[in-house]
Design a binder for this molecule. Structure first.
Ligand code: NAD
Ligand code: IPM
Ligand code: MN
Length: 355
């Protein structure tokens, strides 16, 4: 089967982790009947420096003509704020990627890596944050009045809330979860009040799912205090952005967490949740697992090859028993560079695919 994958390597550690993602995709190509063609679609700070555009038209065209986009990370410390980042936001809008799927899973071998005490880890951490990805404070409604006033409006629409909340209920049902958790700030913010009403109304169609609501501030402590208690967590754009980085560190490192920016049936974008990490860029120590697990999501959601997805995750788990990148190192296992970690996972994947 012929597949076109667009690649946005981006800035900082972006190219370092995407190169490891490409290794995984090439391994899939070598050992399955998927025939993957790659095409680069530059975006971010470096391309802005060269061309004055952080998302060139040509890149958008390449992405729109592909089956999926693998995205690294963008952002440079020496350019104006928001210039590079606007490329991601524009892609989410132009492709209407209203679902941001962010799985958070603590692998057994990573338990001692978690900053949490055993009693808080409990029966284990395995939940998915479903972040609304096109509205809220990211709706890009606002601006500056000279240098004195800056405004962004938090916009939630009924349609926008309904489609992400409905998706989350269906996700919980599909994965046979017993509970769905909604996170908002309905005690203060009007859009959250509408959100909570819609969560309750749609919930009437899912009487077998336990439904619970938390305020975002308290949820930030519950996610540390009883992370084992959550399964599907649905929330607005900014809240989802924040809790996903917090949650990623609970399972080892920001470098471990994956994401899919998805519109079912349309070109979707897969990326680690971390940024361009200027503090470690160029050192060859970035953790490529968030990117590799994003390819797992790509295989499941866009390429419709869930078995390959499972094998990618298995290859990651097996590799974590043998070696680590610096951010998740312990004193028992050897420490590998970004590229050697990618080699190890690709080798394990090869063995899984040959089975
Ligand atoms: P960051 O995620 O880049 O880094 C935060 C910390 O986590 C740093 O100490 C970094 O070294 C570490 N880290 C991140 N990824 C890692 C990995 N794969 N392996 C090991 N350690 C890792 O966040 P930041 O420093 O706040 O942002 C830097 C830039 O990235 C900013 O310009 C920001 O806007 C941008 N950003 C981009 C994306 C994206 O492209 N999707 C996401 C978040 C932030
Ligand atoms: C993320 C990032 C982006 C966001 C930035 C870079 C625009 O932090 O994908 O989590 O805020 O959504
Ligand atoms: Mn973020």
């Amino acid at each position: 089967m012929k597949i076109k994958i667009a690649l946005t390597k981006g800035d900082g550690i972006g190219p370092e982790v995407v190169n490891e993602g490409i290794k995984i995709l090439k391994t899939i190509c070598d050992y399955t009947d998927l025939d993957i063609q790659f095409e680069e679609a530059p975006a971010g700070g470096n391309v802005w420096k060269e061309t004055g555009e952080s998302l060139p038209k040509k890149s958008v065209e390449i992405i729109k003509n592909s089956d999926a986009l693998l995205f690294g990370a963008i952002g440079l410390p020496d350019i104006p704020q928001g210039v590079a980042e606007s490329a991601i936001l524009r892609l989410r809008q132009e492709l209407d990627l209203y679902i941001n799927l962010r799985p958070i899973k603590l692998y057994d071998s990573m338990k001692e890596q978690s900053p949490l005490k055993e009693e808080y880890i409990g029966k284990g951490i395995d939940f998915t944050i479903i972040r609304e990805n096109t509205e809220g404070l990211y709706a890009n409604i606002g601006g500056f009045l000279k240098d004195d006033v800056a405004i962004n409006s938090m916009v939630y629409t009924k349609k926008g809330c309904e489609r992400i909340i409905r998706y989350a209920y269906e996700f919980a049902k599909l994965h046979k979860h017993s509970k769905i958790t909604s996170v908002d700030k309905a005690n203060v913010i009007k859009p959250s009040q509408m959100w909570r009403n819609i969560f309750q109304t749609i919930g009437n169609d899912y009487p077998n799912l336990e439904q619970e609501n938390y305020y975002i501030d308290a949820f930030c402590q519950w996610i540390i205090r009883k992370p084992y208690a959550f399964e599907t967590v649905v929330t607005g754009n900014l809240f989802g952005d924040i809790i996903s980085d917090e949650a990623a560190f609970l399972v080892g490192s920001l470098g471990m967490a994956s994401s899919g920016n998805i519109h079912p049936g349309k070109v979707s974008m897969y990326e680690p949740i971390h940024g361009s990490a200027p503090d470690i860029a160029g050192k060859g120590i970035a953790n490529p697992i968030g990117t590799i697990l994003s390819i797992k999501l790509m295989m499941e959601e866009s390429i419709k090859q869930p078995d390959i997805g499972k094998k990618i995750e298995k290859a990651v788990e097996i590799s974590l028993n043998e070696a680590r990148t610096k951010d998740i190192s312990n004193n028992k296992l050897k420490i590998l560079s970004t590229s050697h970690m990618g080699d190890l996972i690709a080798e394990k994947l090869k063995q899984e695919l040959k089975l």
